[in-house]
Write a protein that binds this ligand. Structure first.
Ligand code: AMP
Length: 438
């Protein structure tokens, strides 16, 4: 018999995994809605041509297939291109600037590795139809707020601007076409280091002198003000880079005004970001506890939606990679680790008490307490064990004596305490425990 297995690079998520994943998604949803973002859902399958011509070198990773009618279709690669399609298709029904969030799976034919899958979930946030630097700042502020809320220690958001890298390439004597090679080489900086980047630059036909100049500029380090000051001097002759630096300064002013702690972001001229559709500010969050790669990234892409809409609709956004956040949280032991969704386990004393026990369970649920009920009456000790094995904190017993007194026995399996309480007091006790756990 063939082994029972799932497809490589695609994962099953059992309940203990799912509870942490849902905690992450719920946290991101809460923060997004707190900033007035609205939900959007698009299909997992798009016409292949919708995705083609938008992703640069990464286009080869798209999963493409033909359907029964011979149509060329593709699995969604990210949630950005579908957003662009939706914006163009429904522009008349949307009011801009439009803050939208979206959560769902994306598919890429990558070589699977730790933190890199073929099916993975992204939570995207975008502000569509605004070129204000306050939009960039808001997205970056939410990113920082979310990583702090999830408890990531020592994370930093690296900021850069596409036209700073473009300017670095231009002042090093490179043509606009050669600048593409510079993005690709610099994108690998954290993986292959400065020597590796130099080799890559030379391979793409850049002279040693230009390569050294580029490397010197992309490694400028310091506080955001120091880095931007140094860059503004080095790139003074390049108009677009000068405008980019002014734009980045406005974004930084926004972050300060929004109260984002200054240790949560840095200007890093070496940050390129792979996707080819970025046009302005780009950013990526990293933590020293996860040297394998970025936690997430995003940026401004003012031209992508125009490919569909026929007019420029400036947009800035980011994609949280839920799988990566989840992997790192597991490794760093972050976030809550509930073993079950239920707080209460209602036992069945005997057949005669089934109806009363079901009524008690209904009363607990009505008070907002997640409650499971035993399915077989009998030995209460065994039922306590079952509740404990499932990780449910409270087990409740409603026998004939308790019923006669209008009470319930509440056993706190976590603390090993047991009390008989009037019914209303038992419900309040669990409601309090629920609120403490929130
Ligand atoms: P991108 O759409 O490439 O900008 O990616 C945005 C985020 O999605 C990344 O920072 C990752 O957290 C996540 N991500 C991208 N590709 C993968 C993958 N193959 N497996 C898991 N997560 C991914």
């Amino acid at each position: 018999m063939a082994p029972i297995q799932n497809v490589k690079g695609m994962r099953d998520h059992l309940p203990s995994d799912m509870m942490l994943r849902q905690y992450i998604v719920n946290t991101l949803t809460r923060i997004s809605e707190n900033h007035g973002f609205e939900p959007l859902q698009t299909p997992i399958i798009e016409y292949a041509e919708t995705l083609e011509g938008k992703l640069g070198d990464d286009e080869k990773l798209i999963y493409r297939f033909e359907d029964h009618g011979g149509r060329r279709l593709a699995l969604r690669y990210d949630q950005t291109v579908p957003l662009a399609r939706v914006t163009a298709q429904y522009a008349g029904q949307l009011s801009f600037p439009w803050r939208r969030y979206a959560y769902g799976p994306s598919y890429r034919g990558e070589r699977p590795a730790r933190g890199r899958y073929r099916e993975f979930y992204q939570f995207d946030l975008d502000i569509v139809g605004s070129s204000s630097p306050l939009a960039d700042a808001e997205i970056i502020a939410i990113l920082c707020e979310a990583l702090a809320a999830l408890g990531f220690p020592g994370f930093v958001t690296l900021l850069n601007h596409r036209q700073i890298i473009g300017g670095i390439a231009r002042v090093s004597g490179l043509s606009e076409e050669a600048a593409g090679g510079v993005y690709r080489a610099i994108d690998k900086f954290d993986k292959i280091g400065p020597d590796g980047v130099r080799t890559e630059l030379l391979k793409s036909g850049i002279t040693p002198a230009a390569a050294d100049h580029i490397l010197e500029l992309v490694q400028i380090d310091g506080t955001p003000d120091e880095v931007l000051h140094a860059l503004s001097q080095q790139l003074a002759d390049d108009e677009r880079a000068t405008a980019a630096i002014a734009n980045l300064r406005a974004v930084l002013a926004g972050l300060t005004a929004m109260g984002v702690p200054p240790d949560q972001y840095r200007v890093a001229p070496r940050l390129a970001r792979g996707l080819s559709y970025y046009t302005g500010v780009v950013f990526e969050a990293i933590t020293p506890h996860w040297p394998e790669g970025s936690l997430l990234g995003g940026g401004r892409y003012d031209d992508l939606i125009g490919l569909f809409a026929g007019r420029q609709i400036p947009t800035v956004g980011l994609a949280f990679g839920i799988d990566r956040l989840h992997d790192v949280m597991l490794e760093l032991n972050l976030g809550p680790r509930p073993r079950t969704t239920a707080l209460a386990f209602v036992t069945l004393f005997s057949v005669d008490q089934v109806a009363d026990s079901l009524a008690l369970a209904a009363e607990l649920r009505a008070a907002g307490i997640n409650t499971v009920i035993a399915l077989e009456p009998g030995n209460i000790g065994k039922q306590f064990k079952e509740a404990d094995r499932r990780g449910v904190r409270f087990a409740l017993v409603l026998g004939p004596d308790e019923l006669a007194r209008g009470e319930v026995v509440v056993k706190d399996l976590q603390r090993g305490e047991q009390r008989s309480l009037p019914r209303a007091a038992a419900v309040s006790l669990l409601a309090e425990a629920l609120n403490e756990g929130k």
